[in-house]
Ligand binder design. Structure first.
Ligand code: ZN
Length: 268
């Protein structure tokens, strides 16, 4: 099931959308409330977890060590003090068992999904922290609901929600299938990944390891990540520069950074 399409139908189905006012949480007008983001995320989670064929989620009960590892990493990011909606959103992590997919995503409201293919593609813990920080930033900065507001217009969405313009459903639904983050959202998610990681023990430019690896591997088989996360210009150098500008200093030990990460990978 297509995530964006799911999201769209979730909105249509939801009568709980608050029309109380617009916010400028993520650098643009957003007609959705914090509660809407959480509700959309919860509905998307339900759709995902009802479709184990496409989303075979590792059971936290039988993979306790793996979940303990990745949840601790998430907690380190949340403890940075830099996540705006730390206490508003769920920040639940699920691992999807598919070694062929090098991707991760985070729904509005903070439901984080990481594919084993991405975890195994990466070489160290800071790289995973960087990618998770990037995904969490998309939710924290509310990029999806801000973009939906911008793309379809406040009045259009309101008309659809109140049922005045049902004829637009098919058209908008078809367009939403191709919804992906903008380059400016990508740059902002990169920037916030550094911001989140800077106070932690991780290398604040951890996300740059992932993007440098994509470059090093060549363009013949690009990770699926790039299909929904377009590559802004000078991404690697911008991430590294932000870490330098922030005076970020890592303190992670090499055995945790590499050996511990390899043990985690082997457990998946
Ligand atoms: Zn992204």
């Amino acid at each position: 099931m297509n995530i964006t399409k799911t999201l769209f139908y979730s909105i249509i189905a939801s009568s709980a959308i608050s029309l109380a006012g617009c916010s400028k949480d993520g650098g643009g007008i957003n007609i959705f409330s914090i509660e809407d983001d959480k509700q959309l995320g919860l509905q998307t989670k339900s759709q995902i977890e009802a479709d184990p064929g496409q989303f075979p989620i590792l059971d936290p009960a039988t993979h306790a060590a793996a979940y303990s590892y990745i949840n601790a990493l998430r907690d380190d990011i949340l403890a940075s003090g830099k996540v705006i909606h730390k206490d508003d959103f769920i920040w639940e992590v699920k691992i999807i068992k598919n070694d062929e997919v090098q991707n991760a995503f985070c729904t509005p409201g903070g439901y984080i999904y990481v594919y084993t293919g991405l975890i195994k593609y990466l070489d160290n813990k800071s790289a995973l922290a960087g990618v998770m920080g990037h995904e969490m930033a998309h939710a924290d900065r509310r990029h999806s609901t801000t973009q939906m507001t911008k793309t379809y217009g406040v009045q259009t969405l309101l008309d659809v929600v109140v049922g005045k313009n049902q004829g637009l459903l098919t058209q908008i639904g078809a367009e939403l299938v191709n919804l992906k983050f903008s380059r400016s959202d990508e740059s902002e998610a990169d920037e916030y990944s550094v911001k989140y990681l800077c106070p932690t023990k991780y290398h604040a430019d951890g996300a740059a390891y992932f993007f440098q690896k994509i470059i090093d591997m060549g363009s013949s088989n690009p990770p699926e990540f790039l299909s929904t996360h377009p590559n802004p210009d000078n991404r690697v150098s911008n991430i590294k520069q932000k870490a330098t500008d922030g005076g970020c200093v890592s303190s992670i030990a090499s055995n945790e950074e590499i050996d511990g990460y390899n043990t985690f990978k082997a457990s998946l």
